[in-house]
Ligand binder design. Structure first.
Ligand code: ADP
Ligand code: MG
Length: 325
């Protein structure tokens, strides 16, 4: 579907990836780039990312690493080293709230490739997994890129992979000379240039209301990445208790605090994605403290008795300013 608009011709592309879908909006593609050609390049790029990092593909590079030797350095691809490096950085900055070795706990609580449990796991099971995991067991070396697992921990990049996929597609579009785009995978997104109306990109942050409606708060985000972590869509209920798919690595349990969602704006989407999960696990107060300390642009929705309260960091305020319409 091509639409004539002040900003040029607009293409919308979509397809399945990472258990969700990608959506691309391309404005005014350069000469020589066809819609079909572009879509097939995007599809191949995402297949490659999944083959590197998916926990759902038994022979992905990540799963081979998880089955590989312990206590000695294993060569890893540059993309995997880059993402693991970022994950370890966020692990340190969040003081362990973000931890890519939580996989076995994610599975135990029923959010991984193995289906949800029939009952809530026993404390003894949780404790024995907690004793083994921890990103402190990972040693990453760059150039040559090698990773050592000092203990047999399992890596799970699910909290950062969608954002990284967005970055890879964005890089592909940059290399092709596409100057105006919005790339989105399962809610994590990145923009460049202008939108189909020739204006800066604006997106709506979903904000649930008590009445069950969802409003969209407009945020100006040209040339930025945006990621949201929230439990109000990905959770299950058992005996009236709600279980989030984000696990607090310090307790081994799904998040149970009053934070409904965390949105982070950053330059790259992998970082925004990982940080959104990290800050969600940390909770509103500790999360906003980290945001202020590091100058991160963060918006949170906190559940209250009668609805939701908005809280955001100083660096987020400029994005909320009324833009010209
Ligand atoms: P959200 O958008 O809610 O943050 P993501 O899909 O980005 O969700 O991340 C959730 C996934 O990340 C989980 O399904 C699990 O595989 C993994 N995960 C859960 N808890 C953590 C954690 N504390 N640190 C890193 N990864 C986690
Ligand atoms: Mg995330």
């Amino acid at each position: 579907m091509a639409a004539c608009s002040p900003g040029g011709e607009t293409w919308k592309l979509t397809g399945p990836t990472m258990g969700t879908r990608y959506h691309l909006t391309i404005v005014d593609a350069p000469d020589g780039v066809t819609r079909e050609g572009l879509q097939s390049l995007v599809d191949s790029e995402l297949v490659a990312v999944n083959q590197e990092m998916s926990t759902y593909i038994p022979d992905s590079e990540l799963m081979q690493l998880n089955d590989g030797p312990v206590g000695e350095p294993v060569p890893v691809s540059a993309p995997l080293a880059e993402v693991v490096g970022l994950a370890l950085d966020i692990y340190r900055r969040s003081e362990g709230a973000f931890d890519i070795t939580v996989g076995p706990l994610v599975n135990l609580w029923g959010f991984g490739p193995t289906p949800e449990p029939q009952q809530v796991p026993a404390q003894a099971e949780i404790d024995s997994l907690l004793a083994q995991l921890g990103s402190d067991a990972l040693v990453l070396e760059r150039k040559p890129d090698r990773l050592t697992r000092k203990r047999p921990v399992q890596l799970d990049l699910s909290a950062i992979a969608k954002g990284y996929g967005v970055d890879r597609v964005a890089r592909l579009l940059d290399d092709l000379g596409v100057a105006n785009y919005l790339v989105e995978i399962g809610g994590e997104l990145r923009t460049r240039g202008h939108n189909p109306d020739g204006r800066e990109w604006r997106i709506g942050i979903e904000s649930p209301t008590t009445a069950g409606h969802v409003v969209h708060k407009p945020v100006r985000v040209s040339n930025r990445a945006v990621a949201t972590s929230g439990d109000y869509r990905n959770y299950y209920e058992r005996d009236g208790v709600r279980y989030s798919h984000s696990i607090d690595p310090r307790t081994g349990r799904p998040l149970s605090h009053q934070l409904a969602s965390v949105t982070v704006i950053a330059d790259n989407c992998a970082e925004a994605d990982g940080l959104a999960t990290a800050l969600n696990v940390m909770g509103a107060d500790a999360g906003l403290q980290l945001a202020e300390r590091e100058g991160l642009a963060v918006f949170m929705l906190v559940k209250t008795k009668d609805g939701f309260e908005e809280r955001y960091s100083s660096a987020f305020a400029p994005y909320l300013e009324e833009s010209e319409t």
